[in-house]
Design a protein around this ligand. Structure first.
Ligand SMILES: [Zn+2]
Ligand SMILES: [Zn+2]
Length: 341
């Protein structure tokens, strides 16, 4: 990033899109569908894992620091429930990753020489100790860089202890098989980031793995997901209740559970009348819409008589548009108007 770009990013982060007046970069608002909600909450895997070996490329949705700033400001006075979107996004991502881990393990099981249960156990204790050493070493180095020398030295002491235990474990593992077998690298899959780890990897390599951006990025994502999952059910209920409230009780299925039977009986009669009224309203609306759509279809037919091959396609597209338009009519039209200003 050039100095100029850096400055721009910093200003975006501080001031949001209002800094550029109406001409914001993507011409969208943070609540548009095209904006990545995980990015707004600083947990999009595309961002966290960028420039690692598992770089996912650019996120299909918009990432923009100015929009994040807008959201952070707006979320102080309104709840947008984006944690629910982020939970779903991260959950799908982690499931995908865990599937990859399972597949990698499967591949190893098929290609690596099979060890007896006893030897496997010995190999695992080497792996576990190596992992602890790698993690602590990475941590000790990070602490050292932060100037926390005392903590770092303490960790190094623990690492020495683990190294001794690992040497013993390695000896036992070595003694349990012929030398030629021992020479072969035995691989294992990292449960966190699904990378391969070797039983003969040295401490340096392990520390690079456990302190590396890829592994740490996965830890960040997994911890974030675990945190989000703690509250997501409750949040879904809250969001449902709020939508119910904001629709002004027009929908009469008030979450079922909250409505006790007596209250329901009380509402029976007026509700039926209201139902009736609403149904006719709805039917009238639908009839009008159908008529409109028929007219539109007629027009479409005339327009595309000459290109009859694509007619069916375009009709389907226009129907899809209708559907979309109905789903988010009010919200889309307002955002379109705003853009036109
Ligand atoms: Zn994203
Ligand atoms: Zn890992």
């Amino acid at each position: 990033m050039s100095a100029h770009e850096q400055m721009r990013a910093m200003l975006d982060q501080l001031m949001g899109t209002s800094r550029n007046g109406e001409t914001d970069k993507h011409g969208v608002k943070f609540y548009d569908d095209s904006v990545c909600k995980s990015f707004l909450l600083q947990c999009c895997p595309h961002e966290i894992l960028s420039s690692t070996r598992m770089d996912l490329g650019e996120c299909p949705k918009i990432h923009d620091l100015a929009l994040r700033a807008d959201y952070e400001l707006a979320s102080k006075t309104k709840d947008y429930y984006y944690d629910i979107d982020a939970t779903e996004h991260l959950e799908a991502f982690i499931q995908d990753c865990d599937r990859r881990t399972t597949a990698a393990k499967q591949r190893l099981a098929e290609t690596q020489e099979e060890l007896s249960a006893e030897v496997t156990e010995k190999a695992n204790s080497v792996h576990e100790l190596a992992e602890q050493i790698g993690q602590k070493l990475a941590r000790a180095e990070a602490l050292g860089e932060e100037g926390m020398v005392e903590e770092s030295v303490k960790l190094m002491g623990e690492i020495d202890e683990l190294r001794k235990r690992k040497a013993v474990a390695e000896q036992e593992y070595r003694n349990s098989m012929p030398a030629s077998s021992y020479q072969q690298q035995k691989l294992r899959v990292c449960e966190v980031c699904s990378a391969y780890l070797g039983i003969h990897d040295n401490d340096r390599r392990l520390a690079d793995h456990f302190g590396g951006k890829l592994h740490l990025g996965f830890i960040t994502i997994r911890e974030k997901l675990a945190e989000l999952k703690k509250t997501v059910e409750k949040r879904r209920e809250d969001r449902g209740a709020e939508r119910e409230r904001s629709s002004g009780g027009r929908r009469h299925y008030v979450g079922g559970r909250e409505l006790d039977r007596r209250a329901r009986r009380h509402r029976e009669v007026p509700r039926e009348r209201k139902d009736e009224r609403e149904r006719t309203d709805r039917e009238r609306g639908e009839r009008e819409r159908d008529r409109g759509r028929d007219r539109e279809r007629e027009r479409e037919k005339k327009r595309s008589r000459s290109r009859s091959k694509t007619r069916r396609e375009s009709r389907e597209k226009s129907r899809g548009r209708d559907r979309d338009a109905r789903r988010s009519r009010s919200y889309r039209s307002t955002s379109r108007e705003r853009r036109r200003e």
